[in-house]
Design a protein around this ligand. Structure first.
Ligand code: C5P
Length: 227
């Protein structure tokens, strides 16, 4: 069977990664979470005091980019590839609200993007891939055979993310999460380099009022048609 590239883009917390993971599993494809890469670079910046509430030392981060090695390693128990930063498993550390609060500033730096996109191109070499992010269908793989653009109301998305963080035991308020979702949407959509925009040939999935099952049926049928 022909192998294709499936690009899943869209706003924060629209369930991109859940759908992309599920799709990759059913199709026997590789799943790549590009948000994890930007999150890991952000964690590195935090660990080296390059970013805080008041300050972001962009130049120093750019100087240090060669010291950041990112790797995905499949975890059979969890059923997906986890993110490693310089050999350390940071899959859980990169999912905190603190990382979410800084990641869009880091992801707006062209030098940071250039390095991640190079690695993303290599991961997509073999096709048979489902990649989720913000610029996959527009910049990373504009030739992708299937492009999905996922959206839902900010309120719905914040509620989902809030529930997720609560389950993990993070002490955050709904307002903080809503603020983060809105602020990331704004920075991601208005940055100069590779802003979050819908590719003209993307299929829009608004899942505000769609069950997970309904949504997956629809996406799987789109994928089967594209293959
Ligand atoms: O997908 P996730 O919400 O984990 O992504 C975290 C952040 O990484 C996004 O808000 C965005 O700033 C950045 N990102 C990006 N380009 C991608 C994937 C993520 O700029 N392809």
């Amino acid at each position: 069977m022909k192998k294709i590239i499936i690009a899943v883009d869209g706003y924060s917390s629209t369930g991109k990664s859940t759908v992309a993971k599920q799709l990759a599993k059913v199709l026997g494809y590789v799943y790549v979470d590009t948000g994890a890469m930007y999150r890991a670079v952000t964690l590195f910046a935090m660990q080296h005091d390059l970013i805080s509430k008041d300050e972001f030392d962009k130049e120093k981060l750019i100087e240090n980019l060669s010291a950041i090695q990112l790797q995905f390693q499949f975890n059979a128990e969890r059923g997906f590839a986890e993110m490693y930063l310089n050999g350390e498993n940071v899959e859980d550390k990169i999912r905190t609200l603190e990382v979410s609060n800084y990641v869009s500033q880091v992801a707006a730096v062209p030098e940071v993007r250039k390095k991640q996109v190079e690695q993303q191109h290599k991961l997509g070499d073999e096709k048979g891939i489902v990649m989720d992010g913000r610029d996959i269908g527009t910049v990373v793989f504009p030739q992708a055979e299937l492009k999905l653009f996922m959206t839902a109301s900010a309120q719905t998305r914040a509620q989902r993310r809030f529930d997720e963080l609560q389950q993990k035991g993070e002490n955050v308020s709904f307002e903080e999460v809503l603020e983060n979702v809105k602020s990331r949407d704004h920075i991601d959509s208005t940055r100069k380099d590779s802003p979050l925009v819908q590719a003209t040939d993307a299929v829009v999935i608004d899942n505000s009022n769609m069950s997970k099952e309904e949504q997956f049926e629809k996406i799987l049928s789109l994928a089967k048609t594209a293959i």
